[in-house]
Ligand binder design. Structure first.
Ligand code: TYC
Length: 115
């Protein structure tokens, strides 16, 4: 016999079910989700409130109401999370905010932190 067909195998072994080692066993996919990063805005005594609101609208796509609310939280508590992103996006947001603040000569600080 040149090559066994599945039917030959069944005849030769009496194996007519799936109870052997050829049964497919579910495996756990070993993929890990990439870590996320919080982007934080810090309070200071000099950056105008309207500037902070404009930053939140421009770089985080927040409405003026949401932006005003977050700005006030930072003003009162010292810090707030303004968004959660992948490492690359968080880095870009921080750089955009810091560049924009520096261009306008405001001491506004923006940082990121692993969640
Ligand atoms: N504390 C600032 C002021 O009284 C306003 C401000 C809010 C500054 C949020 C920075 O991230 C900030 N003008």
């Amino acid at each position: 016999m040149d090559r066994m067909t599945p039917q030959d195998w069944t005849m030769a072994t009496g194996d007519d079910d799936d109870s052997d080692a050829s049964v497919v066993v579910a495996t756990r996919p070993k993929t890990k989700r990439p870590p996320l990063y919080k982007v934080l805005l810090l309070n200071d005594d000099y950056t105008p409130m309207e500037f902070v609101v404009a930053v939140l609208e421009r770089f985080f796509g927040l409405s003026s109401a949401q932006s005003f609310e977050i700005m006030l939280t930072v003003h009162k508590k010292g810090v707030a999370v303004v968004g959660v992103f992948s490492h690359e996006i968080a880095e870009t947001k921080v750089a955009q905010v810091m560049d924009f603040a520096r261009k306008h000569q405001h001491p506004l600080q923006c940082t990121m932190e692993r969640e």
